[in-house]
Design a protein around this ligand. Structure first.
Ligand code: GRF
Length: 224
């Protein structure tokens, strides 16, 4: 018997460009089905992207709750109505309580715009420029109670260029996120990612996405 298509709930707060990348990948490959998109902001642009794709949408407006635990409980109740295999944070800008994270442990995934464990939190592109790193990127990871920690599923790397601003860097990283996220979710859905403790192990076939960085070695010349 054919296995049922894995299902996702995608949580957003804003424009939803990563959500759009996930939608398009599902349309192309049927690697997973997005069963619902939930936003904590009623006016998130991503809600329209979901509606246009015929995906059910829900809003759990965090401003209507007195505390984090009450919001998370309402969110969990809404999520559980869809009983999805995976809960995917795609630009969901709320810190989740430990209870919520534990409830979805092992099937809660996030994308973060830095090469974790460097630069957790906000303003990651500013942090990268301030630190003077030569490479920067994005990480898909399983969510654990510590913010922006958790087993790394996949990463993508961009070169930091002379004259980069947080804006130019953000644009290049985001373009790469749109390739990274769907393939990481597909790998998870296909059961190609094992995780033990703080480490996730992705099949050897999966190479990190490395953009625009020709491999140059002074002894061996240009490799690619
Ligand atoms: C992305 O940079 C993602 O890594 C971060 O929030 C941003 C969301 O952008 N967590 P979008 O809403 O997917 O366009």
């Amino acid at each position: 018997m054919r296995k049922p298509t894995p299902t996702l709930a995608v949580l957003i707060s804003g424009r939803g460009s990563n959500l759009q990348a996930l939608i398009e990948h599902a349309q192309r490959t049927a690697a997973y089905r997005i069963a619902v998109v939930i936003s904590n902001r009623p006016n998130a642009g991503g809600l329209d992207l979901a509606r246009d794709a015929g995906i059910p949408v829900e809003v759990v407006d965090h401003t209507t709750f007195t505390d984090r635990a009450a919001f998370d409980a309402a969110l969990a109740e809404r999520l559980d109505g869809y009983a999805t295999d995976w809960v995917v944070l795609a630009g969901f800008m709320r810190v989740l309580t430990e209870g919520f994270v534990e409830r979805y442990s092992g099937r809660l995934v996030n994308i973060h715009p830095s090469l974790l464990p460097a630069f957790p939190g906000l303003k990651t592109h500013e942090q990268a420029l301030a630190a003077g790193v030569r490479v920067h990127g994005a990480t898909v990871h399983l969510v654990t109670p510590a913010l922006d920690h958790g087993p790394i599923v996949d990463q993508a790397v961009v070169q930091v260029l002379d004259g980069d601003t947080p804006q130019t860097l953000a644009e290049r990283v985001l373009a790469l996120e749109h390739r990274l996220f769907p393939r990481a979710i597909e790998a998870l859905c296909a059961g190609r990612v094992a995780h033990a403790g703080s480490l996730a192990m992705v099949g050897a076939a999966s190479q990190p996405l490395i953009m625009n960085i020709p491999l140059v070695d002074e002894h061996y010349g240009q490799k690619a």
